[in-house]
Design a protein around this ligand. Structure first.
Ligand code: ADP
Ligand code: MG
Length: 672
């Protein structure tokens, strides 16, 4: 008996008393090893023509014996000598095991997917087997050897028999463990069933290059006897047939020109359990230091749980056609969490034995590229198929906006041009670039209004004021919109007509264009402005002057109204903005009325910041005269009531109920 090395023992111990619930990956590991062994022999034969192995003969076989509780994974690959059995299976002599232990120490307790992430190779067999026997004959050797272990203390190596080169890994499958106290038990019997094994192969090893075969029981109709009478009932019989369980060529390794859209759609639906065809399918192949294939899909519809905590993002990660992880979250950023697909790279290690750090760096590089490709594909969709893009945006746009918000605007460069908003003037969805392109000369900002109803927004006096100026307003109805805009602060519009500092420069440029030069363009940072916040700076010099004069003239009136309204407003002022309404509520500072509403609904409603409100009065409105008259006549009471009414009705227009609706109704009645 040879003893396992200490660190192997620890790993084995971990495996058997597993922290890891996903025991089923053992088969993937054994099949991968078999596939590697076949690969090695195949490679050898390619180098040395005297070695004759046809690729057609190379295969992996599964067989099981329910009564003996054995499952055998066989291959006719390169095999192992006694020395190799000792070296390869006796120790975990891989550099990665240290890392594994460290990782594991860090994550002690939580059920971390370490084994699933890095693979643990051959030893994973002990998760499901109480004994493992390996019969192997190395290519070119006359004798075979048998390695055997119960995975506890050590192993034995003896002489044995095998007709041909290759390896049989024979697992004695554990007994089922019944569930206790409502806890789920362990069902090992599935690994001794045709159905269970087929399922595992399809899920984890479907694209292994060599055929994975198993004898399966099928049923067929017996031939009808010649003397069968009219009342003959067909009879059936079972028979055995060698079946190839895996589909071998992965669709993502095929050239996209060799795959029909229907094939892609079918693959998508069956792999990612969707009923609908994907909205977009795209693939790419990367070469160089890191080689990989990727096949990605943008779903046609958002899954019902997309915005729930339970939703798991991620792409399937394969290494040389073998699935390592079903959903590798690190491969896509959160805002592209809806993308489904597969990344396959031979360079990403299946096994813990490779440097895990390196593994991370590679994953990172792939993720960067994947992100760029997704962005490019969405841009393409936006430009060539606007209708489909609008549908896409309805499904997933919220996530893109969150991406900007959550990155504090860092991701705006990548994402801002993918956003769509409703244009009040165009009456359709537009991009920010389209908004900027349509701006009249002199417009310096992107104007938007935020609220939950598009119709109501379009009727707001502050919106009208801006539209009347000839500037479009984006009507934002998603709760995240304004937060996104605040995170962005500005939008940089590309290729805008150049603005010249003075007349001389402008004339020179105009002359150059007249002489055949292209008009000059520039990138321009446009501020994003809520039409109901702060000073929009839209008033003409005349209007500004008028407002200023009115402010001075009626200072006492404003003072009195502010006193009447108390803490509700920061101040009362004359409005310089063009409008028909007698008064509007605007805000100063970073929090708008709409944001206040959104935050009050949110999880941190308690103590959420409040907007600083300003009651802006329209000095040209007949109501204003009434205010002035009341003030002059010293009717304090009446003025207070007017102030309250104006305040409440201005809020109502913005979709905010008066704090005291009864008092509001009474005030209206009193006036009548
Ligand atoms: P890895 O596959 O990453 O090297 P494993 O623990 O899965 O790690 O396997 C250890 C070693 O055992 C392999 O590198 C290989 O040399 C050898 N081995 C395992 N299974 C077979 C097999 N079926 N045929 C030949 N060699 C094998
Ligand atoms: Mg392996």
């Amino acid at each position: 008996m040879h003893e396992f090395k200490t660190e192997s023992k620890k790993l084995l111990d971990l495996m058997i008393n597993s922290i890891y619930t996903n025991k089923e990956i053992f088969l993937r590991e054994l099949i991968s090893n078999a596939s590697d062994a076949v690969d090695k022999l195949n490679f050898k034969s390619l180098q040395d023509p005297s070695i004759k192995v046809g690729e057609g003969d190379l295969a992996i076989r599964l067989s099981f014996d329910k009564d003996a509780r054995t499952l055998t994974v066989s291959d006719n690959g390169i095999g192992m000598t006694a020395d190799e059995l000792e070296r390869n299976l006796g120790t975990i002599a891989h550099s990665g095991s240290q890392e594994f232990k460290r990782e594991n120490a860090e994550h002690q307790g939580d059920d971390v997917d370490i084994i699933g992430q890095f693979g643990v190779g051959f030893y994973s067999a002990f998760m499901v087997a109480s004994k493992v026997r390996v019969v192997s004959r190395a290519f070119g050797e006359e004798t075979a050897h048998v390695w055997e272990s119960d995975g506890l203390e050590g192993y034995t190596i003896e002489d044995g028999e095998r007709a041909e080169h290759g390896t049989d890994v024979i697992l004695t499958i554990r007994e089922n463990v019944p569930g206790v106290d409502g806890e789920q038990g362990e069902n090992y019997d599935t690994y001794l069933s045709e159905w269970g094994l087929k399922d595992l192969v399809r899920r984890f090893s479907n694209y292994v290059r060599y055929p994975i075969q198993m004898m399966v029981t099928k049923s067929r109709q017996k031939p009808k006897p010649e003397d069968a009478g009219d009342d003959y009932k067909p009879e059936y019989e079972d028979y055995q047939e060698l079946e190839t369980l895996n589909s071998m060529t992965p669709i993502w390794k095929k050239r996209s020109s060799d795959v029909t859209p229907e094939e892609y759609n079918e693959f998508y639906k069956s792999t990612f359990h969707d009923w609908e065809d994907p909205a977009r399918t795209f693939s790419f192949h990367a070469e160089g230091a890191l080689e990989y294939d990727a096949l990605l899909f943008i779903p046609g519809k958002a899954p019902f749980d997309l915005y729930s905590k339970d939703y798991q993002k991620g792409l399937a990660l394969y290494s040389s056609n073998v699935m390592i992880m079903e959903k590798c979250a690190d491969l896509v950023p959160d805002y592209y969490n809806f993308v489904r697909g597969i990344v396959d790279s031979a360079d990403v290690s299946l096994n813990i034995s490779r440097e895990t750090l390196q593994h991370d760096r590679q994953l990172h590089a792939i993720a960067n590229r994947v992100e760029k490709k997704i962005t490019a594909e969405l841009q393409k969709m936006r430009d060539d198929d606007r209708e489909a893009y609008e549908r896409f945006f309805e499904n997933f746009g919220r996530g893109l906006k969150f991406g900007i918000y959550q990155s504090y605007g860092m991701k705006a460069d990548e994402l801002a041009d993918l956003l769509l908003f409703w244009s009040a003037r165009e009456q359709k969805m537009v991009t920010l670039a389209e908004y900027a392109k349509a701006m009249p000369e002199g417009q310096k900002a992107v104007y938007y209004a935020a609220g939950d109803d598009r119709d109501r927004l379009s009727k707001m006096p502050v919106v009208h004021g801006v539209l009347d100026r000839g500037y479009d307003v984006l009507l934002c109805t998603a709760d995240v919109d304004e937060f996104t805009f605040q995170a962005m602060r500005t939008y940089t519009a590309k290729d805008m007509p150049k603005v010249y500092a003075d007349d001389t420069a402008r004339e020179a440029a105009a002359k150059a264009v007249a002489d055949g030069a292209e008009p000059e363009t520039e990138d321009r940072a446009l501020e994003l402005k809520n039409v109901a916040s702060g000073d929009l700076d839209l008033a003409t010099d005349d209007e500004k002057k008028q407002a200023e004069e009115a402010s001075k003239e009626h200072e006492e009136l404003f003072q009195a109204m502010k006193e009447a309204l108390g803490d509700k407003v920061e101040k009362v002022a004359v409005s310089a903005r063009p409008m028909d309404a007698p008064a509007v509520i605007t805000t100063e500072g970073p929090v708008s009325l709409e944001m206040e509403k959104v935050m009050a609904r949110g999880p941190e409603a308690e103590g959420a910041p409040k907007s600083q409100r300003v009651l802006e009065l329209n000095a040209k409105h007949p109501v204003f005269e009434k205010l002035v008259a009341a003030q002059k006549a010293g009717e304090k009471e009446k003025l207070a009531q007017y102030a309250g009414l104006l305040y409440d009705q201005a809020l109502l227009v913005e979709g905010i109920l008066p704090e005291d609706p009864v008092a509001f109704a009474q005030a209206v009645c009193n006036l009548m």
